[in-house]
Design a protein around this ligand. Structure first.
Ligand code: PPS
Ligand code: ADP
Length: 559
């Protein structure tokens, strides 16, 4: 980090530089480059460092470093760069955080990078998927000058930098510190295993959860940190600390575990707990593990001397009924003792369905916290997404469903009818594919916000393209809302016969071009939650079908 005077001068000079808006991942990487968490790195990797890191887990000078930390940019941006160009790196609000002096510009072979770093090119691996689908094609390497650390307004008191944490350990006389890495909420088993690890290594304990980017679908960090704060109270204050790590994980298994060890060393730790399948990416597209579950432990143990930090293997802790307490699984006699455990998948299922979580598994405060964040379906926000041809009956049925939901009460209901949206939100848009897609994405954005806050969004556009509908589903599900796609499957002949607005006649006469179903496509939904036949039932009956489907899916509780 530059001192305040130098930073002010650098900021002045940066007015003349090119600007790059850091992506979410780059922002995380920048923070650890700037605060020393990624020491010995002092910038985004250049070509020679990158090549050797990818091939051998070492920088060009031989220092151990397993993960490529690169600044990926677009082709258009790269065209403006040459060696020596200085670029201002900005956060999403436009604040200049640092300056990179470009040393290398190259186009990496991302298949080779994926294969070497993750051992696979399978897109089911989140690290590979990010590399292939989200990262930009050109890499830029160079030293950075950091002017400021990214601003965080949440949990500021828990975000200690490496220097701050080391100083804290020093003040407290903590010479041995074992770090616990996690991206999940902590329950009793985690507390027991960290206790055990700290006791066995005669070390103090740092709970060091990742709050940068973790695996897509993980519990968001706000909720997790509130859980960690509850859990912290279970530990003796004198020997336990909690601090948040703004790392962007790659889910890279063994390489990632070694990377975690080097980072924890920078944060002043002497030991790292490495679990079974540490930083594991989940299952591959064949349903198999990507890595041997113990490869991460072996990797960290192998390089422990060079990394300057010891590996503490995490032993799976299970609840033993006869002991009314936890024990490492390898110390249990399964012939005479009853072992109990709830897997992560089973835990999530119980939360989703509002089922009981026993006290032996979770702390009631933590479970209550997670229930607030992940309400059961009957309390979740939902998006009802009607799709179908013009005149198929979307608005009519949507209005009837809205009335029935309002009559029940409970959730706030918002109707985003095609016509209303076209008038207010998308008034400047026409009916080209690009305009229709943008229109639907806007509806999706609003619906996701409504669902995020526990309401019901009823959408009724034509939405003719399957991929756009899929994107909207993903937007809603990303904020833990329920998505219910309802195909109003009225045949075109019937829509045309009704021709409520006279538009089909105009389209047939060639007065409207690109009319859906006439000379513009409508992709029939392949797996909607519900298909409605308007030839066989009245709007009222169809609305009632929608209500029953919502009950069947658990989104409303008629009892
Ligand atoms: N070219 C063309 N194709 C289809 N529809 C047309 C077109 N031009 C105007 N309209 C009128 O616009 C309404 C459809 O708007 P949407 O926002 O639902 O369409 S889309 O989802 O963005 O494709 C649609 O309203 P609904 O009848 O309520 O579906 C039509 O009245
Ligand atoms: N079973 C039915 N369900 C829905 N609408 C029907 C049905 N039978 C006839 N209709 C008529 O079809 C027309 C559908 O128009 P609308 O709801 O505006 O469709 P969209 O919003 O899909 O363009 C209305 O005039 C409605 O009265």
């Amino acid at each position: 980090m530059l001192d305040p005077k130098a930073a002010a001068e650098a900021k002045q000079a940066a007015v003349a530089y090119l600007d790059w808006d850091l992506t979410e991942r780059q922002l995380c990487d920048f923070e650890l480059l700037a605060n020393g968490g990624f020491s010995p790195l002092t910038g985004f990797l250049g070509k020679a460092d990158y090549d050797r890191v990818v091939a051998e887990m070492r920088l060009a000078n031989g220092a151990l470093w397993p993960m490529p930390i690169t600044l990926d940019v677009t082709e258009a941006f790269a065209e403006q760069l040459e060696t020596g160009t200085r670029v201002a790196l900005r956060d999403p609000e436009g604040v200049i955080l640092g300056i990179i002096t470009v040393a290398d510009i190259w186009r990496p072979d991302r298949l080779i990078e994926a294969q070497q770093v993750f051992g696979t090119t399978d897109l089911a691996h989140p690290g590979v998927a990010y590399l292939m689908e989200q990262s930009h094609p050109v890499y830029v390497g160079g030293q950075i000058e950091a002017l400021a650390l990214p601003m965080h307004y949440d949990f500021g008191h828990l975000r200690l930098t490496p220097a701050e944490l080391r100083a804290r350990f020093k003040r407290a006389g903590w010479r041995r510190v074992v770090a616990f890495q996690t991206r999940n909420p902590m329950h009793r088993a985690h507390v027991e295993l960290t206790f055990l690890a700290a006791r066995q290594t005669e070390a103090n304990l740092l709970i060091h959860p990742v709050v940068g980017m973790t695996k897509p679908g993980d519990v968001d960090h706000y909720s997790r940190v509130r859980c960690y704060e509850h859990v912290l109270k279970k530990y003796p204050e004198q020997t336990t600390a909690l601090s948040l790590l703004p790392l962007a994980m790659r889910m890279g298994g063994p390489r990632e575990a070694l990377w975690h060890a080097l980072i924890r060393k920078n944060y002043g730790c002497t030991h790292l707990i490495v679990g079974r399948d540490h930083a594991g990416p989940g299952k591959d597209s064949q349903g198999e593990d990507f890595y041997d579950p113990y490869a991460a432990q072996e990797m960290v143990a192998e390089y422990a001397d060079e990394a300057g930090i010891e590996m503490v293997p995490f032993r799976m802790m299970v609840y033993v009924q006869e002991r009314a307490g936890y024990a490492p699984i390898d110390e249990v006699n399964e012939a005479t003792e009853t072992v109990m455990n709830i897997s992560g998948t089973e835990f999530r299922r119980r939360m989703r369905e509002g089922l009981d979580i026993p006290d032996w598994f979770g702390y009631p405060e933590v479970v209550a916290e997670l229930r607030r964040t992940y309400p059961p379906r009957a309390k979740q926000g939902i998006t009802l997404f009607f799709t179908g041809l013009s005149g198929s009956g979307k608005s009519t049925i949507a209005n009837a469903v809205m009335a029935k939901l309002m009559e029940r009460g409970g959730r706030a209901v918002t109707l985003l009818d095609g016509d209303i949206v076209r008038k207010h939100l998308s008034s400047e848009l026409g009916f080209s594919k690009a305009d229709r897609d943008l229109n639907i994405r806007r509806i999706g954005f609003v619906a996701a916000e409504i669902s995020r806050n526990g309401g019901v969004a009823i959408c009724a556009p034509i939405a003719p393209y399957a991929s756009t509908r899929r994107d909207v589903r993903a937007m809603v599900e990303a904020v833990h809302g329920g998505f219910v796609e309802i195909h109003v499957a009225t045949p075109i002949e019937e829509c045309e016969r009704r021709d409520r607005k006279g538009l089909y006649a105009k389209a047939r006469a060639g007065l409207i071009k690109g009319f859906t179903g006439i000379d513009d496509p409508y992709e029939v939904p392949e797996q909607p939650e519900l298909t409605l036949d308007t030839l066989q039932a009245t709007p009222e009956e169809l609305a009632q079908q929608v209500i029953l489907k919502l009950e069947n899916l658990g989104f409303i509780n008629l009892r």
